[in-house]
Design a protein around this ligand. Structure first.
Ligand SMILES: Cc1ncc(COP(=O)(O)O)c(C=O)c1O
Length: 451
């Protein structure tokens, strides 16, 4: 008999902890949280249950990631089955059939021209991996001078050193010094004066893409490796790209032979009604970073998808050569690969992207119906994502009003996310009309109670 038993070991995952001290929580005001903690005890579909047994509608799909809704049986069962069969083997010079099957299935579900996928464990690692692929790609082709990486103001690309370097959120960078040296940033595309209350992609701002050409010229095209953008910036408060903007980036990148990277950690796996937002926007980048919806968040996993030709550039050496000197102990972890396979099956069988596409116009109209509520400065949306910007409290730099709105929504049974002066919404893609009504009604009521 195996040493482990499939029977419950008697762990109690629901009772409250004795101490709140030791857990240094990520991106959380520790003191505030520990005074009045919010524990999620269970979840199903669109809803959590908290420690008081209250149902909380998940307006964020966890953290932009539980796209198929919580606790999908098929995904949970696949993870259990794989764990009982084989808990772990690395993918350094050995592998599992699960990892290869997941790679094949994912690549065939992706559109042309993506041919290979590199696995990692998070969005941050996907971004750092993509930046390294871009640098390595040029070097392997004899253009090793191409080392400048271009990001954009207000971008969030995770918390690795690569990600915070090309990222553009000052708070996330300030504590850590000047970070990667050969980096530059385009201007962000948020333009309240011209685009306030735009539905979907804003009309104004295509000209901001010309920043890319200006920066390439400044550094000399022969020194520039890649440009990275979120097609829709999420964590900075939901900024959909101006009409024509992404297409123009593609043209400029092509003109100078630099790689275009889309960070689709938020936007892939159905947020825009298709597996990538590249298809939705009709612009195909060279590399696509994903994570979150890849495994429906049941096990951490990230992945970078590469356009045809990029993998081959690393394969010119001898048979025993590694090509790309990169990888994580848990790249292609069997439990994550099993979860990815079952997640893809779930998306396809339950037509979850189709549901997202169907609900997108309904979502848009419903969210914009909050326009005349108190303190609403702007509303932005794209796919099943929305941002509501509230007027700033004078002299406050910590998003006090958005934080208050977040807390008021939670009291009323709705989980939203706050970032700066915005709340961000990204519910699971299984949402229906009743869920949308509940989200909009709750936010509307909460706005009336703000101080
Ligand atoms: C666009 C984008 N890139 C990267 C990341 C980082 O992902 P992770 O937190 O899994 O490292 C995030 C996380 O929200 C994200 O929104």
């Amino acid at each position: 008999m195996s040493q482990s038993s499939s029977k419950s070991q008697g762990y109690d995952f629901t009772s409250l902890p004795n101490s709140l001290e030791e857990f240094w929580m990520p991106f959380t005001p520790q003191k505030m949280f520990k005074k009045d903690p919010r524990y999620m005890v269970s979840a199903d579909g669109m809803f959590y249950k908290d420690q008081h047994g209250r149902e909380i509608l998940d307006g964020c799909a966890g953290l932009w990631c539980v796209n198929a809704g919580h606790n999908k049986k098929r995904i949970v069962d696949a993870i259990k089955q794989q764990a009982e069969q084989l808990d772990f083997t690395s993918n350094f010079q050995m592998s599992t059939s699960t990892a290869f099957k997941a790679a094949s299935r994912l690549v065939s579900a992706f559109p042309e021209p993506y041919s290979h996928v590199f696995f990692c464990n998070s969005g941050s690692e996907a971004v750092d991996t993509a930046l390294k692929i871009a640098l390595g790609y040029h070097r392997m082709r004899g253009e090793g001078t191409r080392q400048v990486l271009i990001g954009r103001e207000r971008a969030y690309h995770g918390v690795g050193f690569g990600g915070i370097s090309v990222g553009g959120i000052p708070y996330n960078r300030a504590m850590f010094g000047s970070i990667l040296p050969k980096v530059d940033h385009m201007r962000h595309t948020h333009d309240l004066d011209r685009n306030r209350f735009s539905k979907g992609q804003p009309e104004h701002g295509v000209e901001l893409a010309e920043d890319l050409e200006r920066i390439i010229q400044l550094h000399d095209p022969q020194n520039v490796a890649a440009v990275i953008v979120e097609p829709v910036s999420g964590s900075t408060g939901v900024l959909p790209p101006p009409k024509g903007y992404l297409k123009r980036l593609r043209e400029i990148a092509d003109k100078y032979g630099i790689l275009l990277i889309f960070d689709e950690v938020v936007t892939a796996f159905g947020r825009m009604g298709s597996i990538t937002s590249a298809e939705y926007f009709g612009v195909m980048p060279d590399l696509i970073c994903t994570a979150k919806g890849l495994t429906n968040a049941a096990v951490p996993m990230g992945a970078v998808f590469c356009r045809k030709g990029i993998y081959e550039a690393f394969m010119n050496g001898p048979e025993y050569g590694f090509g790309f000197m990169h990888g994580y102990t848990y790249s292609g972890h069997p439990l994550a690969a099993a979860a990815a396979l079952a997640t893809l099956d779930t998306y396809q069988e339950e037509k979850i992207f189709e549901n997202a596409a169907k609900m997108m116009p309904i979502w848009e109209d419903a969210i914009h119906s909050l326009k005349d509520k108190p303190f609403v400065e702007d509303i932005r949306n794209c796919g099943i994502i929305a941002g509501i910007e509230v007027t700033k409290v004078a002299g406050d730099d910590y998003g006090a009003r958005a934080r208050e709105l977040f807390l008021k929504c939670y009291e009323k049974g709705l989980m939203v996310r706050y970032t700066g002066n915005n709340i961000a919404l990204s519910p699971p893609l299984i949402l229906d009309q009743a869920n949308i009504d509940q989200i909009v009604t709750t936010i509307g009521e909460a706005l009336h109670t703000l101080s």
